[in-house]
Design a protein around this ligand. Structure first.
Ligand code: FMN
Length: 256
């Protein structure tokens, strides 16, 4: 089994590790995307990614567009924090447009790391009702049993998802990081640069954001000094999935 994943605060890596159960090749999408002639074959191939704006992170979309994936059984898991929209339905359609098929497409409700919309304290308090472990155990059993599952979404969700994607194309321009505020707690340790899946951050005497930001908020959540802030954040509390260490996040995302 090979599992490709994208993660900014560890939810998807935690899920990939649990599905992989220690004997699976885990490949971080930022480490391979953009390389020429991307082709992977295995008996089982999976992709685990966070749902962004009812859709895919830009980099995951690029990976799914450019990689040739060949598996006898293929699955896609989108983690999300509140509402998945028609993401998984669109991912299955997108794969078919690119010549392969996800036999199983499912979403998994976890902590929402979108700081402009959510307070991490509230998200952590809601964890028991999100039943992450129970839902993940079901997904793992489904994958072990090679179950097939086609995602569905009603017309309302499909419409909302299309509208959000249209708005996002105007708003998401890779320069989001340039609007973050870095305060005096920054000691130029460089962690933000190492956890950035886009290699978009340089640290010298100050933190410089270029224009390839994925908007994943990894730098904001994982700064050891909590020095990076959004102008509109609910509070200063940050999230890293407790099943993933900062070292693992750096190994997954460091592009420098
Ligand atoms: C830019 C951005 C957009 C997001 N959009 C959605 C969304 O549309 N629906 C949702 O339920 N969660 C959304 N989320 C929350 C993440 O999908 C969720 O927290 C995910 O589990 C994070 O996975 P990770 O820790 O592996 O990065 C968004 C998060 C970010 C940073």
């Amino acid at each position: 089994m090979t599992i490709f994943y994208f993660t900014s605060t560890g939810n998807c890596l935690a899920v990939a590790k649990k599905i992989g159960n220690g004997n699976t090749k885990l490949i971080s999408i930022p480490q391979v995307v953009g390389k020429p002639d991307l082709a992977f074959a295995d008996d089982v191939i999976g992709v685990v990614f966070p749902i962004y704006g009812f859709g895919l992170p830009k980099m995951v979309k690029k990976f799914l567009e450019t990689a040739k994936l060949q598996g006898a059984y293929m699955f896609a898991i989108g983690t999300y924090g509140n509402l998945p929209g028609a993401c998984m339905l669109n991912v299955q359609r997108f794969a078919e447009q690119h010549g392969y098929k996800f036999d199983y497409a499912e979403s998994l409700l976890m902590v929402d790391n979108y700081l402009p919309g959510f307070n991490i304290n509230d998200q952590v308090a809601k964890l028991p009702e999100k039943r992450v472990d129970e839902n993940l155990a079901r997904i793992i059993a489904d994958i072990q049993n090679r179950k097939t599952l086609d995602a569905t979404a009603g017309i309302g969700w499909r419409f909302m998802t299309a509208m959000i994607k249209r708005g996002e194309n105007l708003l998401v321009n890779g320069k989001q990081g340039q609007r973050y505020e870095v305060n005096q707690n920054c000691n130029q340790c460089g962690t933000c640069s190492k956890v950035c899946p886009a290699g978009n951050i340089t640290v010298s005497d100050k933190v410089i954001f270029a224009d390839q930001c994925e908007g994943c908020l990894g730098c904001v959540h994982l700064c050891p000094k909590n020095a990076i802030h959004l102008r509109h954040e609910k509070n200063e509390v940050r999230w890293r999935n407790p099943d993933v260490s900062l070292k693992e996040m750096i190994a997954a995302n460091n592009r420098k």
